[in-house]
Design a protein. Structure first.
Length: 165
């Protein structure tokens, strides 16, 4: 089963995962702290799912937020949530491994549970190139992904990097 199919199947239920204790007290505050201040910046939120972080970045003062996810069902849920509480977040269905130039460059790119879907080093590098070409000089990229140590430590692995100028 592909990642798209997996996420299409859980759709709206995914939004509730952020209320679970590990997410609520671990992942969410850690990731938001890692991303830092988004006020006055444009944010490209990759693997945006139901838009949880996309909406939070907009609430925290981002000027523009675009969420992209491979799952049409996740994007549909995000759009329904946006209609119910309009913040000005835009969403698109898309695969980061095939991400096109978006017509603008973003100040920040974020991704939670994205890079672990790269099937090999070449796919990982392609994802990174696709993201990089949509970032402004000096932009920052923050990613969080689980890997094998998460099962034994209970802590997600995270990283952050800045795009070259």
């Amino acid at each position: 089963m592909s990642a798209q199919q997996q996420y299409d199947e859980i759709g709206e239920a995914f939004e509730g995962f952020k209320a679970l204790p590990l997410a609520q007290y671990g992942e969410v505050p850690s990731f938001l702290s890692m991303v830092g201040d988004v006020r006055g910046k444009s944010v490209l939120d990759l693997a945006s799912g139901t838009g949880f972080y996309s909406r939070e970045f907009k609430r925290r003062g981002a000027t523009e937020v675009l969420g992209i996810d491979i799952s049409g069902e996740m994007v549909a849920v995000a759009e329904r949530l946006e209609q119910g509480d309009p913040l000005g977040v835009r969403y698109e269905v898309g695969d980061v491994s095939q991400l096109r130039p978006l017509g603008r460059r973003f100040d920040i790119a974020t991704a939670v549970q994205l890079l672990n879907y790269a099937v090999d080093v070449a796919a990982f590098e392609q994802m990174c190139r696709n993201v990089h070409r949509n970032l402004a000089p000096g932009a920052e990229s923050s990613c969080s992904t689980s890997h094998l140590t998460t099962a034994s430590t209970g802590r997600p692995s995270t990283s952050t990097a800045s795009a070259p100028s």
